[in-house]
Design a binder for this molecule. Structure first.
Ligand code: MF3
Ligand code: CO
Length: 261
């Protein structure tokens, strides 16, 4: 049974348990995939490895065949290189080179529930700007998570992320947002990476939300490729993206996408 706070699901203990398990699977797959990232590797092979790891753990990719309107996502993971912000599609032609970045984004369905997480890695030694971008984005995620507290509002997270990123002279992407996670990948509430403190939906214990700053080194504007999915920066400068699925508890935020050791 769903209890509801407005239109946003507060999950039962059983549902939370199942999101928890899906998140451990998602995090374990992400961990394994990140270990495969190396110079000379192409992103098609990484995607295929992702498919294998997901299936080995008894889960399925929530990305494969994911539909938005008439668009159908064709890959098992999202692999976004350099100026690609999100939803990059693995390709034999995309070969990782030292200094590149790659965002590995893994969303699984396990026992009927979703786990969603992402991380950006630098191939070999990136330049200082690339390191700043990736570090800022990861720190912005943890800063945002710190506001995922019962009694707070979604806007506290949004504002926290935006301020953190803009203070460093970088930009948050507007077109894609974090989201509730449950039986489906994108549930209410939307969790933008920009906004006002104290605005938006209230946070209650039992909500499971994906917080996911997408940060551009340069300007915020993005465009989507003719494949209908790959979102990249307009100015061609690199972007980074970190994501965790988080449970709001009485005691504060709990990150669910932590892999089994
Ligand atoms: N983590 C991404 C998101 O929350 C994954 C999208 S999967 C895709 O939007 F199928 F939409 F590509
Ligand atoms: Co997400």
């Amino acid at each position: 049974m769903l209890r509801r706070s407005g239109h946003i699901a507060v999950k039962s203990d059983e549902e939370i348990q199942r999101v928890r398990e899906a998140c451990v699977v998602a995090a374990t797959v992400l961990e394994k995939l990140c270990a495969d990232v190396a110079p000379g590797v192409n992103t098609y092979d990484i995607d295929q490895a992702g498919k294998k790891y997901i299936e080995e753990l008894g889960a399925e990719s929530a990305c494969y065949n994911y539909r938005i309107g008439s668009k159908v996502y064709p890959a098992y993971t999202c692999l976004s290189v350099n100026d690609e912000v999100v939803h990059g599609i693995g390709s034999l032609k995309t070969i990782l080179r030292p200094g590149d970045n790659i965002t590995v984004d893994v969303v699984v369905r396990y026992n009927g529930f979703i786990g969603d997480n992402a991380r950006t890695l630098i191939i070999g030694h990136g330049d200082e700007q690339m390191h700043n971008l990736v570090k800022t984005t990861e720190e912005a995620l943890y800063h945002g998570i710190s506001f995922a507290k019962a009694g707070g509002r979604v806007g506290d997270i949004s504002h926290g992320v935006q301020k953190f990123v803009e203070k460093r002279g970088m930009s948050v992407v507007r077109e894609f947002v974090g989201h509730g996670v449950g039986r489906t990948m994108h549930e209410d509430p939307q969790v933008p990476n920009y906004g006002r403190k104290g605005s938006g939906a209230k946070l209650y214990p039992g909500m499971t939300i994906a917080i996911e700053p997408m940060v551009n080194l340069g300007k915020a504007a993005i465009q989507v490729d003719s494949d209908g999915w790959t979102a990249r920066t307009r100015d061609g400068l690199p972007a980074a993206h970190f994501e965790h699925t988080v449970l709001v508890t009485e005691a504060g935020p709990e990150i669910l996408t932590i892999s089994k050791k």
